[in-house]
Each structure stands twice: as C-alpha cells, then as structure tokens.
Design a protein around this ligand. Structure first.
Ligand code: SF4
Length: 367
C-alpha cells in the first residue's frame, strides 16, 4: 500500500508555527515532515522563529528553494530572469515560482496530507492544491476538511451514501435529529453551509467519522489510511490560543507582531506588522511600510533599491515619495482615524484591525 506523507508548511508566521507545536503536543505519533519555502527576503525575526521551532520540535525544517546552486536569494534569482519586473497583486509570480512550485516539486506524485494553520476564528478557505494527490486538513477549525471534500460529501448525489455512513455510527440520543438533517437535500432554502454547520453542531466526531468513511470511496490520500487520529479532534483554536502556544512553548512570538507606539500631531497610535512574508511584500498596508521605514530602515532602503525603471511596490507611488515627512504624517493620521472607526470592541488587538483591513492576498501565499 502506498505510504501517505504528512506535511506541515512553516510560513514563518504565528499560525503555522503554533500548528507545528500543537501537532507535536497532540499527535506525536504522526510522522510529520516540516518544510518552509524560503524567498530569502523575510525579516530576521521570521528566520529566528523557524530556528526556535526547529529546536522545540527536535526536527529539521526542510528549506525548500525554487533554485538550488546559487548563493543568491531565490527572489533575486527569479527577479533577474524577469528583468526586474516586480511582482504585484495582479501578477503574483513570487507565489507561484517561490512558494507553490517548490512545494509541488517536493511532493511529487506522493500521496500527501498537508496540515494548514487556518484558525477557528478566521473566515477563509485555505489553499487547495490543483494536484489530486495533496489533501489539506485544518486542525484548528471545527470543520477540519477542505471545501472540495465538503462539496462532494454533502452533494445531493451522495445522499444515500451519507445516510449509510451515518447509520453505521453510534449516534446516541441525537440519532433521529442527525438522520433527519442528513437526509434533507441541499436546496436554495437549505444551503450546504447550513447543513454542514448543523451536522457539526450535532456531533463533530460523528461528522468526521462519516467523512472518513466517505473518503474511503474516493481517490483522496486519506482513502488509503486505515486510521486518522484527527477525526477524534474537537478542538477549535483562535488567536489567543495561538499566542499562548507560542509563549508557553518558549518558541516565542516574532517581535514584529508586538505593538509599538507612534506619535502624530499630539496623538498616540500603535503599529505593528500583521504577518510574516517578504519585507517588501506588496500586500502590506501603507502604515506597515511606515513601520518598516521606522523600525527596519535598512530593509526599507533595500526595498527602495528594487524600484527601478518604472517598477514600484505600490501602484502610483514610489517608496521615496511615501517617506516624505508630510506623507508619513498623512498616512499615520489616516490610519489612526481608520483604526478608531474599525476597532471592534471584542478585539483589542491592533493586529486584528490591520489584518481586517488588509484582506487575504498575502495569506493565501502561505500554503
Ligand atoms: S510574501 Fe508577498 S512578496 Fe513574498 S512571496 Fe508572498 S506574496 Fe510575494
């Protein structure tokens, strides 16, 4: 029987690092291979986090590079071949060449379970590979399965199988209610997400067992596994749990997540960086660029050095213009105003505000 590989990608950010710690603590018998796809352009704090994690896990984190045999950073190597054409949200060649391609090469044709650190309090789907030999699992979420699996599992054409999977389980006192939901077809009035949530609320473990039975009838990697310990998992981890895992394991929280005060026109605000990734990532907010300029001026200068021949990181504005004193003041003022408007009472973290405003573009770079 083909062996399934269990992989966990370390992006250098807090969530994937916490997932590695969580998996080691809860599933020490799973033989997980850890890897990171390095662009060569992260902040030092990210590389420190990866080293700390390696020490904690007692395992090597494999550094995947898009190009071996050169001392140049993978980003620079690729950039040269593209004649200095900087990546952008519209042309995100960096994600493809520096992240996805090395990952898919590393996987080859092997059957792979890829563990992804999307949290229980995030409303987004993760990367689903175009390759059918890679299956994503989300251990921090109530629903650990990927969207494509759910589309097939809960599809009306699978209703009879669904009944059979569930009927073979010990459903206890909720049996009648569960089977009633199971046999109700998806429709405009009863959408897939509703059915999914109700079934999960009625019993996560029963749901996971039914999905696992279903997977046995498919060509997904888990079809060949005799058992999968995560089907017993009922944990849901949110942001606070992530910081706790990092702190209590002594792996630590990367310094750039820590809030720093800034002053503008007599008002005090706080800024930080919202995520790992290349220091010049074009997805960062203008306030994060200002953070980079003020906290890591050497890196900011290096980002400026990439801007040549009309190529800029931000559309319609060069980094040299961005750091003119009047412009910095304006960005900080606008940011303060926006923070006050957006600030959610249930979320005191600046980082929430940054991430909410930032969107998901860069996050989907991390598989
Ligand atoms: S972090 Fe940003 S710049 Fe770096 S590879 Fe990802 S999308 Fe590209």
């Amino acid at each position: 029987m083909k062996k399934v590989r269990h992989l966990l990608g370390i992006s250098g950010g807090k969530d994937s690092a916490a997932l590695a710690i969580y998996m080691q603590q809860n599933y020490p018998n799973l033989e997980i291979e850890y890897y990171t796809t390095d662009t060569g352009k992260e902040l030092k704090e990210t590389y420190d986090l990866i080293d700390n994690l390696e020490n904690y896990l007692g395992k090597k984190i494999k550094r995947l590079k898009s190009y071996e045999g050169s001392n140049e950073a993978p980003f620079d190597h690729k950039l040269k071949s593209l004649m200095g054409f900087l990546p952008s949200a519209q042309n995100r060649w960096c994600t493809k060449y520096l992240k996805l391609d090395p990952f898919e090469k590393f996987v080859g044709d092997d059957l792979v379970i890829s563990y992804v650190g999307i949290r229980g309090d995030e409303d987004r789907e993760g990367y689903i590979s175009r390759k059918s030999n890679i299956q994503s699992i989300f251990p921090f979420r109530k629903n650990i399965w990927s969207e494509d699996v759910m589309q097939k599992f809960l599809n009306n054409s699978n209703l009879e199988n669904l009944m059979n999977f569930y009927s073979s389980l010990d459903l206890g006192s909720k049996k009648d209610r569960i089977l009633e939901i199971v046999k109700t077809p998806i429709s405009l009035d009863f959408q897939l997400s509703q059915k999914l949530n109700i079934l999960l609320d009625l019993g996560i473990i029963a749901f996971n067992n039914a999905v696992f039975s279903f997977l046995k009838t498919t060509s997904y990697p888990l079809a060949v596994e005799e058992e999968f310990p995560l089907i017993e998992n009922k944990d849901i981890l949110v942001r606070d749990d992530i910081f706790k895992l990092l702190r209590e394991s002594n792996v630590g929280v990367p310094g750039y997540y820590e809030k720093i005060d800034f002053e503008v026109n007599g008002q005090i605000g706080q800024y930080a960086r919202s995520r790992s990734g290349c220091y010049f990532c074009f997805y960062q907010q203008k306030i994060e660029w200002i953070w980079l300029y003020e906290q890591h001026p050497d890196k900011f200068q290096q980002a400026i050095d990439y801007e040549k021949d009309g190529y800029t990181w931000i559309q319609d504005e060069t980094l040299s213009d961005l750091i003119k004193p009047a412009r910095i003041t304006q960005i900080k003022e606008e940011y303060l105003k926006r923070s006050k408007r957006n600030s959610q009472p249930q979320s005191p973290y600046l980082i929430d505000i940054l991430e909410d405003a930032e969107g998901e573009g860069c996050a989907s770079c991390f598989i």
